[in-house]
Design a protein around this ligand. Sequence first.
Ligand SMILES: Cc1ncc(C[n+]2csc(CCOP(=O)(O)OP(=O)(O)O)c2C)c(N)n1
Ligand SMILES: [Mg+2]
Length: 345
Amino acid sequence: MPARSKKSSDPWRRSTQKDVGQFDAEFLLGLYRDMLRTRALDTRLEALYKQGKLVAGCYSSRGQEGCSVGSTAALRDDDVIGPMIRNLGSMLRHGLPMTSVLSNYLGRVTGPTKGRDGSSHFGSLEHNVIGPVSMLGSLIPVCAGAALSFQLRGEDRVALTWIGDGGSNVGDFHEGLNFAGVLKLPFVLILENNKWAYSTPIEYQTAAKNFVCRAEGYGIRGDQVDGNDVLAMFQCTRDAVERARAGEGPTLIEADTMRMRGHAIHDDAKYVPQEQVKSWGKRDPIQKFEAQLEKEGLLDGGTDGDVSKSIAAEIKAEVDRCTEEAMAMPLPTGDAETELGDVYA
Ligand SMILES: Cc1ncc(C[n+]2csc(CCOP(=O)(O)OP(=O)(O)O)c2C)c(N)n1
Ligand SMILES: [Mg+2]
């Protein structure tokens, strides 16, 4: 890993207000909209869980919307993503319809798993989304394999996946990243350092000063970025994706962020110090970006009124409509012939 000089290219300094002006309004408002869509859907899923309407657990990505949306925005539609449970925003940004996501969580036959996994372990190959693999770390060799297929076919596509701080301590992390480094695969791995793995804080996960230093051990590039700054997240991933497409191999990106709920909604996270939650509450990715857009005058619709209010209203209508559509869909019948339909052996 080329050590990044603190002065010239400190990644934490990416995305200044000056940078915002380099992007067109449509792109910036698109990032904003997708973070809001993620938050709104996440909030709805939490409510449905508490109403007993979800058929399994609910893992919130609240506070981590910038990581998912910013990184996925750096990709083309034909690139492959492998989201983990807190990457709801990447699924939406990569084109998975909101009704499909809700249908899966509600266990409906119209969801990507046809009601067989009622939680977050689903993907859609039609949208180039590989579903989360429950065994932490296993998605890394899977996505490195997708990157290998692009390389062998001479396609300039990229595979990108995410891993948590906790998940980065398993063997598959090492094997997948080492493999990607040796073969210089067009692969990007985003390590979301959200400070907790269930109730285990990062001090009990690694003796290293950070997670990104591991990149050096694999001979690959490593970057650190403010995961709650959606534009910095975009810029850092875009650079990694450009290098990957140019045949320069994989990048490990450590995103500094915070899990703002328990491991899942059933966990009240009493073990997390309140001070930590409070201080990260002040770094909320949506509020942070909203302030940047306001400074640019992008949320002031002039005679059209308040842009953020109209976007919020549009999104509320979308979440309501998609929830209704998904709720109206049937549950699996349970008859053996249908349910064994996709079983290979
Ligand atoms: C190999 C493996 N070990 C343990 C688990 C159980 N488990 C599921 S999520 C989780 C915590 C993950 O923490 P982290 O990787 O930091 O991701 P976060 O939940 O913070 O997003 C654990 C221990 C698992 N799924 N796979
Ligand atoms: Mg974690």
